[in-house]
Each structure stands twice: as C-alpha cells, then as structure tokens.
Design a protein around this ligand. Structure first.
Ligand code: MGD
Ligand code: MGD
Ligand code: MO
Length: 772
C-alpha cells in the first residue's frame, strides 16, 4: 500500500502478473500463507467450500484453481492469523475506535469472544455465551411486550440457507416480517422488475448459456473486480469470436482486456484477450436512453424489413405467442426523439446504432448487469428496459440467451429463496403456520430504507444484524448514526470489527461467529451448508480450516441461542436438534418449499449442485398476463433529482475499488484505476475541472444538491482528472455514503440511488500552515 496518495494511469490487462503478486502479498500480510494456500486448493470445488466473496456460478467441472484474485483475498482475510481478543477491547474505548478508518478496524483480525458494551467504561467486555443469550432474550421479550414490530432482523447475504431459514423463522415467531437484507441496497430493483416482465425474480442464464451465446451486452457491472471468475467465460467467448458490447461511464480494466493468471502460456507471453469489442462511455443514468435508442433502431430496421418483404429483424413468432404489450411499447419507442436520446445518454445515434447492429445479427444474446442499473431512482425501469430489448428478439428462454443480473453477496439470492424478505407475499406464511403451529405476522415488514426511517423516527427500538455493516452501508450516515445511539438494543453477529459495532444502542452485544471456510463441528459431526449462486444453482459448501478460536460459534447456533432465550418453547421448532445436524434444517426447508428443494439432501451434494426451477427459461411466464410483458418507460430521464439546468450540479456515482469487499477495505489502493494510497478522491472529467475553476489535486468538499433542510457533506476529497463523461464524478463507497439522502432511492424497489447523487463541489481553503 502506498503511504502517500499517488495516481498512475493503468493500462495493463486485468488478471495477469499483477493478480498473482496481489494474492501472494495478501496471504503473507494476513499471516495466512499456510492455511490460506491449503484452503485455496479446494475453494469452489466439490467437497470444498464456496468462496465467501461473490455469488458468481461455480462450474461442476472446476479449473485446477477455481478462484480469482479477489476470492483469494477474501479467503486470506477470513483465515487471517491476526486476532482481536478481549484484551484489545480493554485497551480501546468505542469512542476512540470510532475515529479509526474502515480498513483499520477490520485489519486487526478476527473477533474471538462474545462481548457486551459497558457504559461505565465505554468498552466491550467479555461475557459468557449463556449470559449474552439470557440478557438479549430478556431485552427482546420486553420490547415484544410493547410492540413486536419494533425489532429489526437484518441479514447481510453471506449466511447459509440453513442459518437464513432459522433466522427468518426467529423473526416471524417473534412477531414481525422486519427482515431487510443487503439485497434491499443491491438487486431489489431486479427482484421487483423481473417478476412483472418475465415472471421470475432472478436471472435466466446459466454457465452453459455462455458457451452457446453469440453476443453479450454489459450494463453497469464491473466484472473484472466484482465477479472476476466470469472473465473466464468472457475470455472463452471472445476466443470463439463472440462480440461483447459494454455500456459504462468508466473504462473498467476487466471489461477492456484480461490475461488469465491460470494460463502459464498467457502469463509467460504477456498475452491478453481484448474483452469488449465496443465500449460506450455513456453518462451516469443514461441507460434508459441507450436502451430506448437500441429498441428504436431495431424496430425501425424491422419496419423496413417488413415493407421490403425480407427476413424480419424482430422475432415476430415469439412476440405473438409469448409476449404482451408489444404494440404500445413499440409506439412509445418510435416516438422517442434521437435528440433527447443523445442528450440523456451522452452517446451519439451512431454509437447506439453500432451496438444495435451487433444485437440484431446475433441469434442468442446474453445481457449482464449490476449496480450501474439497479442503484438509480429509475433502477426498476432500467432493468425493465433491458428486458424489453431482450424480448424483441426472443432472447429469453433460448439456449445461449437471457438476462443475467450478477448478484452481490455469495448467498444473497439464496437468503430470499428461504424466506428472508420483508414482503409477506414472498414468504410461504401458510406453510410456516402449518409446520410450526403459530400465526405468522401478515403485515409488510421494514426494508432497509424503512428500517432507517424507523430508527430515525424512534419506532424501531432494536436491531439484530446477522453479518454485514448496516450503519456504514446505508445512506444518510449522519442522521442514521445519531438516531442509532437511541436504540435500546443492538446485537451484531460478525467475524470482524466494523463501524456498525461501534455505533451502539443502550444495550449492545458483539457476538463472534465462525466463517464459512472454517470447519463447523456440531453434535452429529462436521457440517456442510447449502448456498445459491447467481444462476440459481444450489450447492454444498464445507469448511476446511480450523476455526480461528475454539470460542467461536456458528451462525446457526447463535440464532438458536437467541431464539431459545427469547421465544416460548415450541415442540415443533427443535432449535437444538437443528444445530446438532444441519441436515434436519434442510429437511425443514424441503418441507416448506417442496418444489424448489425436492430431494434437497441428495441433490445439493452433486458436483455443481442443482438448479431451482426458473420457469422463464422454459418460456413459461408466471406473470399476471401469463405472457412476458413489455413495460413502457415514459421518460428517458433516469435521475429526476439531478437538474440538468444547473451546470454546477454533478452526478456522483459511488464505486468499489479493486481492493475492497463492500465496506471491508483491504487496502487504500485501486490498482485498476491507478489510484494509490487514498480513497478520498473524486474522479472527474478534465473539462469539468477547468469549467468549475478547480485544479487537479485540489481538495474539495462535496455537498448534496437537494433542498430538504438537511446538510450533507463529505470534506477532504482530492480532485483527480479521469476519463469520465462530462457532468459525472465518481467517489468511493462507503466514504461518500453521508451524501445520499435516505429518500433518494429507486422508486419502486427503494434501492438507494448510490450511482446518481446530485452534488456540488467547493474548494477547501488552502492551509499553508502560515500564522494567521
Ligand atoms: N471484489 C469484490 N467483489 C464484490 C463486491 C466487492 O465489493 N468487491 N461486492 C459484491 C456485491 S454485494 C455486489 S452488489 C457486486 C457489485 O458489483 P457491481 O454490480 O459491478 O457494482 P459496482 O462496483 O458498484 O460497479 C458498478 C459499475 O457500474 C458502473 N456504473 C455506474 N453508474 C452507471 C450507470 O448509470 N450506467 C451504467 N451502465 N453503468 C454505471 C460503474 O462504473 C461500475 O463499473 O459485487 C459483489 N462482488
Ligand atoms: N454508496 C453506496 N452504498 C452501498 C453500495 C454502493 O454501491 N454504494 N452497495 C450496497 C450493496 S450492493 C450492498 S450488498 C451493501 C453491503 O452491506 P453489508 O452486507 O451490510 O456490508 P458488508 O460490507 O458486506 O459487511 C461486512 C461485514 O460482514 C461481517 N462478516 C463477514 N463475513 C461474515 C460471516 O461469515 N458471518 C457474519 N455473521 N458476518 C460476517 C464482517 O464483520 C464485515 O465487517 O452495501 C450497499 N451500500
Ligand atoms: Mo450487493
């Protein structure tokens, strides 16, 4: 890590020697060389464990080394030899630790013992597991007597299907559906958009489709950093001559070129594969305009083909048999003006037509997307426009084609599948009622944004976090943190220390758990868990490393401990039997969801696992019309909050570096973007720097340009000239989260619009250290 900030443009391929060096450096720095190297050999392999980093699919026939640089870092981070024992917390007050950076907090290593915050000394002090459960149970019982809806049960997306199923049951037996999860900040726009268009809440593409596709389109996903194993599929496709068209405001290295660190020939010859055949740097929030332009030119081509009596460009048979709403959609798109499309997208008509030609020529197309589409005010419409484009040529439910939302956390999709949701309609409540002889709560629970609102208005009194770093990941940092301190109870189950553990309620517990890479020994022996990846495959994962400490407990066991201390005994819910043998939880999951989890115990162990039913893959549409629906998107403006009329207001996207996993910051470097030794930067268009009278290296304060009576600022940001469209700036997440207003979220899904924050910049007065 650089000691001082440096900026060095990077034009090396992603992967390559840089990647190998990074992994080795990590294993050494984390004191995890032996345990880490051993673990890496069975990472993402049958009989081994599933990577704790991203949710990308694991092939049934893995490569010799089935991991990427970032997966290896995540392994080293979890298997670190460093510890934060009780002694560490005796030496530091929480008030002091609040001044530490995200990186400094986590780099200290693994938490080792359960602790309770002591108000007299402002420190976390060790307690026994039994005392912790008893006290948490007593607090929760008291709160429930007043209002069972005042407690929130958050899940971050890593816990296994077994632990997640137990967790949702705990919340519902307690009396609410307050089960927000990280997907509320992530792919909720997908979960809202796709059921309306194609009748499934998840993507339709599998690894096999990548082998048969004829063209790929990437919208707002930083593949080389956030699901690097996918680069293997992209590289194979490129070798077959498959074109890849990318729409992204930044030229992300992994989407430009890639050298496979697992190929000795590529490493020795410094060969690299060019990934994107077209790279379009659209404006932040320009996707609805781009997609409208593509649909418009496709329909125009088809109109000509029809008149000329030649082969149609649209898949007219598919449209007639399988879709609804095409005519109205086509009309809207025909009426859209190119001038407006060009203005909103920042691209030319020619750019968009070039991309459309690639689309029109391909028989089977995959569209991949990430946070660049979902984290917008119009995040749901972004996804629906992408679905519209695919439907025009029947690119759903055909081999080699489909829509591919790339999920974030390694089991975030699976948590939804087993009931972690605040929406009662998505949980099998009647089934739960019958299986466990209770009356589940039927009213909608709180999602992430609503949970924050509840904390601010005082209606939420307690927060339980199954992993994650909620306070740091959500918008509106300042007001949320201030309100957080008024909570009665905060409980965090975690592997490492983060800011959410420091901003505490009156009663606060930090409970250390096993990570997924560690061997989980229970009464029936070593346990295996199940996870669901981004392509809907459900598969096994078994820990391989010795636990960091013998005092750690598994997430399943901690949930059971809290549940038993809180809830009246219920003979139908055998918490301890479940902990003794996770196979029994799997039986319960199968009994709850027989269609998805048929023969769960047998099927999840086969290499590669089994796929949950995805009816859209078979062209069965579980929508209200029984067809795939075209959705009309009226306005091309993706971000109604950033007025184009004020030239001083810029659109800020918050981004991940190549050296972080969400709020876990491995180092201050971002190798791919050439930023070293600091995260307090704003990447900015060079003409904008001049236009606004700023200078390269100048330090500015960013403030949110929303007039709602609240001031939101992040000071100390260094201006860095970058290849980014005019009017757009990029800064790092979570450092820039204080700038996001809570109300600035996707209209239907409430995903915070973290990719499009209206900001103004003002120069900090220079401090030359001279006497005043
Ligand atoms: N190593 C690593 N892996 C991870 C994570 C991590 O932090 N580190 N996080 C995990 C999680 S939880 C998630 S959700 C995923 C996140 O993975 P991504 O979905 O890739 O999310 P971001 O890193 O936020 O990057 C979004 C991309 O969208 C682009 N973008 C921004 N605004 C726009 C826009 O308006 N339009 C378009 N077309 N593009 C835009 C950005 O330039 C960036 O390349 O990754 C998961 N995997
Ligand atoms: N501005 C801005 N904000 C964003 C985003 C953005 O792009 N921009 N992205 C959003 C997205 S996509 C997401 S998913 C959220 C992420 O929000 P979260 O999921 O809440 O946050 P993480 O940073 O992934 O959580 C990291 C913590 O998880 C704990 N942990 C790690 N492994 C385990 C484990 O095995 N078990 C348990 N119990 N704990 C564990 C560690 O203590 C670690 O400190 O942030 C969102 N916030
Ligand atoms: Mo995410």
């Amino acid at each position: 890590m650089s000691a001082v900030p440096e900026f060095k443009p990077n034009d090396h391929p992603s992967g390559g020697w840089g990647s190998v060096k990074a992994v080795t450096t990590y294993l050494i720095r984390e004191e995890a060389l032996v345990a880490g190297t051993k673990a890496l050999l069975v990472q993402n392999k049958p009989g081994g464990f599933s990577c704790v980093s991203c949710a990308w699919a694991k092939p049934s026939k893995p490569h010799l080394a089935e991991f990427c640089e970032n997966g290896a870092k995540a392994t080293a981070w979890e298997l670190t030899g460093k510890r934060m024992p009780a002694k560490f917390f005796e030496a530091h007050t929480l008030t002091e630790l609040e001044t530490w950076s995200d990186h400094e907090l986590e780099v200290g290593g693994r938490l080792t013992v359960p602790m309770r915050w002591d108000s007299a000394t402002d420190r976390y002090l060790e307690v026994s597991w039994e005392d912790a459960y008893a006290d948490i149970g007593a607090e929760l019982k008291k709160l429930r007597a007043e209002d069972p809806k005042s407690t929130v049960f958050y899940a971050s997306g890593r816990a296994s299907l077994e632990a997640s199923y137990m967790y949702q049951l705990l919340a519902r037996l307690y009396g609410n559906n307050n089960l927000p999860d990280s997907s509320n900040m992530c792919h909720e726009s997908t979960s809202v958009a796709l059921p309306l268009t194609i009748g499934v809440p998840v993507g339709t593409v599998t690894l096999d489709d990548f082998e048969q596709t004829d063209a790929m389109f990437f919208f707002g996903h930083n593949t080389g950093v956030n699901s690097p194993r996918m680069l293997h599929q992209l590289q194979d496709a490129r070798k077959r001559g498959v074109p890849i068209v990318t729409f992204n405001p930044l030229r992300e290295r992994g989407l430009v070129s890639f050298a496979n660190p697992q190929s000795p020939i590529e490493m020795l010859t410094l060969a690299e594969t060019k990934i994107s055949t077209q790279y379009h740097q659209l404006k932040i929030g320009g996707d609805i305009a781009v997609l409208t332009g593509m649909c418009k030119s496709l329909i125009a081509m088809d109109d000509i083909a029809r008149l000329a009596g030649i082969k149609r460009v649209l898949d007219v048979d598919f449209l007639a048999e399988h879709t609804s709403g095409f005519e109205m959609f086509a009309e809207t798109v025909r009426e859209a003006s190119w001038a407006e499309i060009e203005k909103e997208s920042g691209l030319t008509r020619d750019d968009i037509e070039q991309a459309t030609l690639v689309y029109a020529k391909a028989h089977a197309v995959i569209a991949v997307y990430g946070m660049g589409l979902t984290q917008h005010r119009k995040g749901v419409q972004n996804v629906q426009m992408l679905s519209n484009l695919l439907l025009l040529r029947g690119n759903i439910g055909r081999p080699g084609a489909g829509i591919c939302p790339v999920r974030g956390h390694s089991n975030v999709q699976g948590q939804r599948t087993v009931g972690i949701t605040e929406k009662p309609a998505l949980a099998p409540l009647d089934k739960l009622a019958a299986l466990y002889a209770f009356e589940p709560p039927r009213t909608k629970g709180l999602n992430t944004v609503e949970a924050c609102e509840g904390v601010i208005d005082g209606s939420v009194r307690a927060f339980i976090g199954l992993g994650g770093n909620f306070v740091r990941a959500v918008p509106e940092t300042e007001r949320v943190e201030a309100a957080w301190r008024r909570l009665r109870l905060t409980v965090n189950v975690a592997t490492k220390l983060n800011r959410s553990h420091l901003i505490h309620g009156e009663v606060s517990y930090l409970l250390p758990c096993l990570g997924r890479i560690e061997i989980d020994r229970q009464a029936s022996g070593e346990q295996t868990v199940a996870l669901e990846d981004s392509t809907g495959f459900i598969h096994a994962s078994k820990g391989v490393a010795e636990p960091a400490e013998s005092t750690l407990r598994s997430e399943a066991s901690i949930i059971a401990g809290i549940a038993q201390a809180t809830l009246a005994p219920n003979p139908m819910v055998p918490w301890q039997d479940w902990v003794a043998d996770y196979g029994r939880v799997r039986s319960a999951i199968e009994a709850t969801y027989p269609e998805i989890f048929r023969d769960f115990e047998q099927r999840f162990r086969i290499p590669g696992g089994f796929q949950r039913p995805i009816p859209a893959r078979e062209r069965i549409w579980k929508t209200s019309s029984g067809k795939a629906n075209f959705m009309v998107v009226e306005s091309l403006v993706a971000d109604p909050d950033t007025p184009e009329t004020d030239p001083d207001v810029l659109r800020l996207m918050t981004m991940r570096s190549d050296d972080q996993f969400n709020t876990t910051v491995y180092s201050l470097d971002d190798r791919f973007r050439g930023v070293y030794g600091t995260r307090k930067v704003l990447l900015m268009n060079r003409d904008d720097i001049d236009r606004l009278g700023l200078a390269e290296g100048a330090i500015v304060t960013a403030s949110t340009a929303v007039d709602d009576g609240h001031t939101r600022e992040v000071p100390g940001l260094r201006i860095t000239g970058f290849d980014i469209p005019a009017g757009c700036v990029a800064g790092y997440y979570p450092e820039c989260n204080p700038l996001i207003p809570l109300a600035h979220h996707a209209e239907q899904s409430k995903v915070p619009a973290a990719k499009s924050i209206p900001v103004r910049l003002r120069l900090a007065s220079p401090d030359f250290g001279l006497p005043s």
